[in-house]
Write a protein that binds this ligand. Structure first.
Ligand code: FAD
Length: 345
């Protein structure tokens, strides 16, 4: 049972099954719930937790737990949302890292501050959004980012980082590189540009516009479309365990791309400004015949080959075994190494 001490909310031998959207079994030796920056500093100063290995957990929608987690799991529950300031070309909104990302998207729209609608329905918490620079339907977090606060897990000091300091890339940031596991993001400030300009370049959104006969949708309409598209394509983690896209879309050189198109003219690909080419990982996996297949109790989602699912009672090891088998067959056929998107523990 959890117990609240005067300083920290601590639980020993805590099951993480409900704290990861794959529904994988794992136990945290110690789970500490963080509701403020001061809680992070209390962990840093604690004689036992301060020196223990730590893992920061948000909503658990981008992790694959293959084992029990030793040391301390820091569960981020820092709340709060407010309009920090209005600039002539943007609204700056400050949000606690423990807030639900999707609820914040919906709330900003209700307040009349559009800009996040393309990122609707991405599971997880606000604090994790910068970690992999979440993105969907032509918008990435970095396009709506102002700055964040993070507490260093060694010194307990709070630092503020702007976009340049975060080194955002495709599903990447400094928090997946040299700051990985070293700090807790406690607050994120979003920059929502005004006047609002819709981002409607993605094919699915173009189709919605054509179907609705709507050439100038408002932000709420785009939000509804994105929600509808995602509900039709992606499994709901509350019904079937998953972590969304399991692999990043690989970026290859123009020569490699020409070679693959020569052999498989149907391959779904997008040219990038620097001449390289992004291939649709889901297409590559599907071409290797994986859609709907299973290894043990882990499987490939029937409607989207990029999503691995828990068919019921799967272990993290089964998910990883399936992922490796997919990587091997894609490498065997296309010579491309797929890189997992979720963090594998
Ligand atoms: C159905 C489904 C659809 C998805 N669709 C998309 C999509 O369209 N685009 C997309 O980009 N992602 C998508 N994802 C992946 C996932 O939702 C995002 O990566 C999300 O931001 C993860 O949030 P989380 O709170 O669950 O993070 P977690 O899974 O808890 O953590 C992910 C990583 O971030 C670190 N972390 C978490 N919080 C903090 C913090 N406060 N400070 C420091 N480090 C932290 C963790 O240590 C871990 O390394 C999808 C997932 C699912 C299940």
């Amino acid at each position: 049972m959890p117990h609240a001490t005067t300083t920290l909310h601590v639980q020993h031998r805590a099951s993480l099954r409900k704290h990861n959207t794959f529904g994988l079994p794992a136990v945290a030796a110690t789970l500490v719930r963080l509701t403020s920056d001061a809680d992070v500093r209390r962990v840093v100063d604690h004689p036992e937790y301060g020196v223990a290995p730590k893992f920061v957990l948000g909503g658990g929608s981008n992790v694959v737990l293959t084992r029990d987690v030793p040391g301390v799991v820091l569960k981020v529950e820092i709340c709060g949302r407010r309009l920090l300031r209005e600039e002539h070309d943007a609204w700056i909104v400050e949000v606690g890292a423990g807030e639900s990302w999707h609820e914040v998207v919906a709330w900003t729209l209700q307040q009349g501050w559009p800009g996040l609608e393309n990122l609707a329905l991405i599971p997880g918490l606000v604090g994790a959004a910068p970690v992999q620079n979440i993105g969907a339907y032509g918008v990435e977090l970095k396009d709506r980012f102002d700055s964040l606060d993070a507490v260093d897990l060694v010194t307990g000091r709070t630092v503020t980082l702007d976009g340049a300091a975060c080194h955002f890339g495709y599903r990447d940031s400094v928090f997946k590189q040299h700051l990985a596991g070293k700090s807790v993001i406690t607050r994120v400030r979003l920059r929502l540009p005004r006047p609002w300009r819709p981002v409607l370049g993605y094919l699915d959104l173009q189709r919605k516009m054509a179907d609705a006969g709507e050439r100038a949708p408002d932000a709420m309409t785009v939000f509804d479309w994105v929600c509808a598209i995602r509900r039709a394509k992606l499994p709901d983690p509350a019904v079937i365990g998953n972590a969304g896209s399991f692999f990043k879309n690989p970026v290859v050189s123009p020569e490699q791309c020409r070679d693959i198109i020569g052999r498989d003219p149907e391959v779904v690909h997008y040219a990038l400004p620097d001449g390289s080419c992004k291939l649709a990982a889901g297409w590559l996996i599907d071409a290797c015949g994986w859609k709907g297949k299973s290894v043990g109790r882990a499987g490939v989602y029937e409607r989207q080959a990029l999503v691995l699912v828990n068919r019921g009672g799967a272990s993290g090891a089964e998910v990883v075994t399936l992922a490796r088998a997919i990587q091997e067959s894609v490498y065997g056929r296309f010579g491309i190494r797929l890189e997992p998107e979720p963090v594998i523990i």
